[in-house]
Design a protein around this ligand. Sequence first.
Ligand SMILES: Nc1ncnc2c1ncn2[C@@H]1O[C@H](COP(=O)(O)OP(=O)(O)OP(=O)(O)O)[C@@H](O)[C@H]1O
Ligand SMILES: [Mg+2]
Length: 395
Amino acid sequence: MSSTKQTDDLNSVIRQHAEWLSGQLHAQRENLFPPNAQKSMRTFTSGEAAAMLGVNDSYLRKLHLEGRGPSPALTPGNRRHYSAHDIHDLRVLLEKTARKPGDYLPGRREGDHLQVIGVMNFKGGSGKTTTSAHLAQRLALKGYRVLAIDLDPQASLTALHGVQPEFDLHDGGTLYDAIRYDSPVPIADIIRKTYIPNLDLIPGNLELMEFEHETPRALSQGKAGLFFFRVKEALMQVDDAYDVVVIDCPPQLGFLTMSALSAATGVLVTIHPEMLDVMSMSQFLRMTADLMDVIAESGADMSHDWMRYLLTRYEPADAPQNRIVAFLRTMYGDKVLNAPQLKSTAISDAGLTKQTLYEVERSAFTRSTYDRAVESLNAVNDEISELIQRTWGRT
Ligand SMILES: Nc1ncnc2c1ncn2[C@@H]1O[C@H](COP(=O)(O)OP(=O)(O)OP(=O)(O)O)[C@@H](O)[C@H]1O
Ligand SMILES: [Mg+2]
């Protein structure tokens, strides 16, 4: 009797705590983002816009004075500020007279295949979501047509993009709808535009868990088919609309991650360089290899264009971390990206207000802190952009 009572109590306590938390989070969001306020991308100084486009600021000023291209907003002192849309319009304009095709619009050309990048590691907190969000946003700002997919039921990538998984997704709307076994919907129905030009999103929430539960059932009834290709098949419906798809995977090696792995053309494994993380990674790699063997046995082609390790939350002044980094670089050579993602309070602080470093105002931080973090993220993302270009036969 008494043990049942305890269980009941625990149930109701947990339920109560869930309600409180959910209510508080909702209130907090209403505060930060009033109901009809939409998240928006900040504007960029002319210097930032020029750097992003790879031209001189003086050239942007000349275009502006000649009335060519978009009209930036002018602040007192005649400083020009460009919106992300302005930057996109400049790309279209500059590409027309580019020295090399693709200088300003680097996306796919005839014969290039869609790049699908799976960001994974079953170690929780290894930086998958932070990496996915900054990669997707940076590629979009650089002129690629990007689709970001939140495959994690925890839905952090979704929240970062201003969609609240508990409140904004009443009637489905996650990738689950497009990969479910009974009556899947067209993937186009669940793709949302974001406040960043060139960046679309498929949000996630707990409903994604259904795929983990249903797949074993479908397998036992012989109805699953090549279940690990369901994500790939769904993506094929919108293949022409994008250059790059970025998939933020959940921190486990379940059927969702397996399907992302089968859809991926590029795999990015995030590693926080600490001993416990590296030890669990050896298990992750072995299990991944076993899974890929199982998939390959069905005759599927499991070759990928590239696979890389990314060092995350790296602290260059930390001696034990450096020993692990040196060890990983010796062991895996050029499979470890040159650029590490540095640990920075700018990144975690931006995360607290559900923003990426590309969204927050530089003035909200100590300049050197912001610059150091953004330079590190840009270096990582631009190295991945180079891998994409190389896959398409360009350098
Ligand atoms: N470079 C960084 N500097 C400082 N904090 C960071 C950095 N990268 C990630 N973080 C913080 O670490 C935490 C975990 O990061 P993140 O959510 O990206 O990991 P994850 O692998 O997606 O986690 P999960 O496995 O739960 O999905 C977050 O609070 C994030 O703000
Ligand atoms: Mg995550």
